[in-house]
Design a protein around this ligand. Structure first.
Ligand code: AMP
Ligand code: ZN
Length: 140
């Protein structure tokens, strides 16, 4: 039996208590259509086990979600004629997470779609990039 949270929307979708359009499932994951799609075919992959976010999810569930995301990305190209795919995860409110059951967005991309990055890539300060990189390295 999966670990569930009785107050969680996505746990209820996994359990079939709330309707959804399920497009893929396996032992560890379920994928269903996002009801506010960024593009045609936008789906979400979730682990059957409840976990709040990227920092909490069991690594084996995370691996299974990634593989399911890859499967759906292939299908988006084959079945929907997508030209590319974005995989997206938001971890934390400040990073736009709104549902606190880990999920991976699988967003098919089309040459003529209007989706754009929310920032304009601009060269950063090289010293500051290095300092941040040093902070990110595993500390001994
Ligand atoms: P995030 O903002 O990254 O946490 O993504 C949550 C996503 O869940 C949003 O894209 C919502 O459109 C989607 N969503 C919310 N409720 C439902 C639902 N009942 N069925 C399918 N998708 C949903
Ligand atoms: Zn949940």
């Amino acid at each position: 039996m999966p670990v569930t949270d009785p107050d969680c929307l996505f746990c209820k979708i996994v359990a079939g208590e709330i309707p959804s359009t399920i497009v893929d499932s396996d032992e560890r994951t379920v994928a269903f259509m996002d009801i506010n799609p960024g593009t045609r075919g936008h789906a979400l992959v979730v682990p059957r086990n409840h976990s709040r976010d990227l920092l909490e999810i069991d690594p084996e569930d995370l691996a299974a979600v990634a593989v399911a995301g890859q499967r759906l990305a292939g299908r988006a190209k084959e079945a929907l004629g997508a030209d590319g795919v974005n995989l997206l995860n938001s971890c934390g409110e400040v990073a736009w997470q709104t549902v606190f059951h880990f999920h991976l967005h699988v967003i098919p991309r089309y040459a003529d779609d209007t989706v754009r990055l929310p920032w304009i890539p601009t060269p950063g300060d090289l010293d500051e990039i290095q300092v941040a990189g040093e902070q990110l390295k595993e500390q001994a």
